[in-house]
Design a binder for this molecule. Structure first.
Ligand code: GLA
Length: 408
C-alpha cells in the first residue's frame, strides 16, 4: 500500500469516526488523533532490563475523536465525567463512563481502563487535572494479537489530551506516562517499548531505542525497495501480560542482575561469567545479554542498508526466546518453523509471547508459498487457523487532519 493511499484511508476513517461521534454525542469532536500498533523487529524482553529494542509502528492504528466539555455550553460542563463510546474489540457499539476526579485503579474496567489509566497517570505524574470529555474510539489493531492494541489506545488518548489541554509533553515523556497508566492503572507490569514505537515511529523506518536513556534513532527499513515484506502470523492464541508469566520473567531478570551485582542487566557485560547463577536464571540472563547484542547488530545492518541480511539474527532471537527465556508456545514455534521451511529469510515471535503473533521476513516472490506453508502446517497440527497479513513501518501518533467531507 502506498503512503498516499494509507494517508487517504486514514482521513476517511477519521471522517467516518467524527460523524459517528456527532451521532452519539450530539456535537462535533474537537479533533481526531491516531496512534499505531507496533511490531517488534527484534529486542524482546530487553526493555524492562534497560536494554535495546528495535520495533516499528505499523499501518494499523487506534483513532480517537475527542471533545472537551465547554463551560456554559454543555449541560454537564461543570462535571468531570468522561463519556466513552467504542467499537474496539467487539462488533457493536459499547459505552462506558468514569469521573476524572478521585480516579483510582479498579474504577474503570475493560477497554475503558486505557483512557482512564491515561487520565490517572496525567494527574499522578504530570500534575494535570483533566476536565470531562467525550471520546469515541475505533481501532484496526487486532486485539490480543501482541501488536500493542491497548498501548495504541493509550497513546491516542495522551496525544489528544496533550494537544487539547496544551500540556506541552514531549514524546519520551508521553511514553513514560502511558507506561505508568499501564503499570499502575491497568495492572500490567510492561516496559516502555510499545508506547515508544507508537509515539516515535516513522514511515519507512524502525525505532532503535535505548530503554535506559530513551535516546532514539530511526534506522531505515526500506522493505518494499528490497522486495521484502514483514508477514505477521497471528496465532490467535490470546495472551495477557497481567498474568504470571510476564512478571515472573521480570523477576528472574531482576534476581539475575542483583546476583551479578548490577543495577540492571544492561550493566552486565555480554561475556559475563554466569556460572554462579542457578540454571534457570542463567538461561534468562543469557537471553537478555545475547538479545541486546542482536539488536545492536540488526540496527547496524539497517544503517548499512543490508536489510536483506538480518534474517538469521531474527531467527536466532526466536530460538533464544524459545529455549532460554521460555516465552514461546507451540503455535508460535510452528509459525516460525513453517515460515522458514517455506522460504522465509528469518522469523521470530514478536511481543511478550505466550501467544500473540510471530513475524517472518519474506521476499515478495516467496510470500504466497510462505502463507500456504504456514496455513497447511497449522491445519495439519489441528491448530486454529492463524490470521496472516503484511505490515509496513508507519508514522507515529498524531493529529489527523479532517478533510471537508468528514466534517459534514
Ligand atoms: C510486551 C510489553 C513490552 C515488552 C514486550 C517484550 O509487549 O508491553 O514492554 O516487554 O512485551 O519485549
Amino acid at each position: 500500500m502506498s503512503a498516499a493511499t494509507s494517508a487517504t484511508e486514514l482521513e476517511e476513517r477519521a471522517g467516518a469516526l467524527a460523524r459517528r461521534f456527532a451521532g452519539v454525542f450530539g456535537a462535533e469532536p474537537d479533533g481526531v488523533w491516531c496512534a499505531p500498533g507496533r511490531v517488534n523487529l527484534i529486542g524482546e524482553h530487553t526493555d524492562y532490563n534497560n536494554g535495546f529494542v528495535l520495533p516499528f509502528a505499523i499501518d494499523r492504528s487506534a483513532l480517537v475523536a475527542v471533545r472537551l466539555r465547554r463551560p456554559g455550553q454543555d449541560p454537564e460542563a461543570d462535571t468531570d465525567v468522561v463519556r466513552l463510546a467504542s467499537t474496539y474489540a467487539q462488533t457493536g457499539l459499547s459505552r462506558a463512563e468514569f469521573s476524572t476526579g478521585g480516579l483510582e485503579p479498579g474504577l474503570a474496567a475493560g477497554w475503558a481502563a486505557y483512557p482512564a489509566g491515561v487520565v490517572y497517570a496525567l494527574a499522578q505524574h504530570a500534575g494535570a487535572s483533566v476536565p470531562g470529555f467525550d471520546l469515541f474510539l475505533d481501532s484496526t489493531v487486532p486485539v490480543g494479537a501482541g501488536l500493542s492494541s491497548s498501548h495504541a489506545v493509550e497513546v491516542a488518548v495522551i496525544v489528544a489530551l496533550n494537544d487539547l489541554l496544551g500540556l506541552g509533553l514531549d514524546r519520551p515523556g508521553m511514553a513514560r506516562l502511558t507506561q505508568y497508566a499501564e503499570n499502575e492503572f491497568v495492572g500490567a507490569p510492561t516496559g516502555i517499548m510499545d508506547q515508544s514505537a507508537s509515539l516515535m515511529g516513522a514511515e519507512g523506518g524502525a525505532l532503535f531505542l535505548d530503554c535506559r536513556s530513551l535516546d532514539s534513532e530511526i534506522v531505515p527499513l526500506p522493505l518494499a525497495e528490497y522486495g521484502l515484506s514483514v508477514l505477521v502470523m497471528d496465532t490467535r492464541v490470546e495472551h495477557s501480560h497481567s498474568d504470571g508469566g510476564y512478571s515472573a520473567r521480570r523477576q528472574s531478570c531482576e534476581r539475575g542482575a542483583a546476583a551479578l551485582g548490577a543495577e540492571s542487566l544492561r550493566e552486565v557485560p555480554a561475556d559475563a561469567d554466569l556460572s554462579g547463577l542457578d540454571h534457570e536464571t542463567q538461561r534468562r540472563v543469557r537471553h537478555i545479554l545475547s538479545e541486546n547484542q542482536r539488536v545492536l547488530q540488526v540496527a547496524q545492518k539497517l544503517r548499512d542498508g543490508a536489510v536483506d541480511s538480518i534474517g538469521e539474527l531474527l531467527t536466532a532471537s526466536h530460538i533464544s526466546l524459545r529455549d532460554d527465556f521460555e516465552v514461546s508456545c507451540p503455535e508460535l514455534d510452528l509459525a516460525v518453523d513453517a515460515a522458514l521451511a517455506a522460504g522465509a529469510m528469518g522469523a521470530r515471535m514478536t511481543g511478550g509471547g505466550f501467544g500473540g503473533s510471530a513475524i517472518a521476513l519474506v521476499r515478495h516472490d516467496d510470500e504466497d508459498a510462505v502463507r500456504a506453508g504456514v496455513l497447511s502446517a497449522f491445519a495439519d497440527r489441528g491448530f486454529r487457523e492463524p490470521a496472516l497479513f503484511t505490515v509496513l513501518p508507519a508514522d507515529g501518533a498524531g493529529h489527523v487532519q479532517l478533510t471537508a467531507p468528514g466534517r459534514q
